[in-house]
Every structure is written in structure tokens, then in C-alpha cells.
Design a protein around this ligand. Sequence first.
Ligand SMILES: [Mg+2]
Length: 202
Amino acid sequence: MLRLRIGLDIDGVVADSFPVFIRELNKHYGKDITELKTYNMTDIYGVEWDEMSQFFHDNMEYLFSAPKPMPGAVEGINDLVESGHEIVYVTARAPGAEEILTCKWFDDNKIYRNETFFTGGLSKKFAVKENEIDIFVDDFMTNALEVASLGVPVLLMDSPYNQGKLPQGVSRCYCWDDILCQINQFIRSKSHSGLPRSSCSR
Ligand SMILES: [Mg+2]
């Protein structure tokens, strides 16, 4: 069977971070936001990035430890590893303090982890290319576009902030069962170009 190097984003794919971020930002800024319609949280909360960045810095330990794994992520990742695939995490989180908390979160939640790359907000394109990733899963459209431009197929985890037309090479996925289903479809259709459209039941 074909063995893949599967790249996974962390926030919004493996860690269900945004419900915790929104809850804490609502408390801090006295808002009642229920979902992120855009990925740009500074626009939603009407604050400058410097200020929001300070909030994340001051509350980093809680914000990076409280999220639960995305439903089905732990089992899905185990399933991929047991099938012989390699998992490579590529996150925009920063090396250093964020890295330490992230590694602790994986340990605390008993999630398989081997290779992990912290881009610190830089484009994920370079890590994806250097690490010869075969297929990538992310929830942020900009990352999807950049990675797809390398010719690496991307599964975009469906979210309120990533609606709209998908670029070539990007396929929408809806849950971890769907990710597994589409990866298996990709393996079967490897001789064809690009990703097949999802025909997975959800
Ligand atoms: Mg993400």
C-alpha cells in the first residue's frame, strides 16, 4: 500500500481551539461573538493586532491547554499511523513558549506526535515543500492556496471563515471521518492528477 507523508495543521484540524479562543476573547472584550465568519479576529473584535497579540501572550498557557482535540482527531491520527503513514504537523504557532505548551497539549491529550514544525506565522509552503508532504490538511484558505500552488493536494476543513470557491487542488472536508475517507480515495486515485471530489457520506 502507498505510504504517505501527511501534513496536518494544528488549530482547527487537530485542536478544537477556536471555541476556547472565542469564549475567552468574548469575556475579555465584552462581546458575544458566536462564530468566526472571517479568520481575522482583530476585525471581528475591532482591536489592533498588537493589543490582541498581548492578550494571547498573557493568556497563552490557558489558551493552548484548554482546547479539546477535534472530534475524531485522536482516532483518525492513530488510524493513519497504524496504516503506515507518516504524520507531520505544520503549525503557524511559534517556536519557544508556544512550542513547549503545544507539545505538552499533545502529551496530555495522548495524541500521536513525531515531527512538528512551528513556522511562527510564516508561510507553511516552505515546511510543506522541505518535508516532502504528499497531502496537507488545513482550515485557513490562505494556507490552502499556498500549499496547493506547490502541487500538493489540500483538504480544507470546512469552517464559517473559509467559505467560498475552492482553488484547484483543494477539496473541502467536513470531519475526521471525511479526512480519512478522502485520503483513502487519494491513495486509490494516485495515478490520476489532483484530488477526486468528495463522495464520502457524512
Ligand atoms: Mg488552523
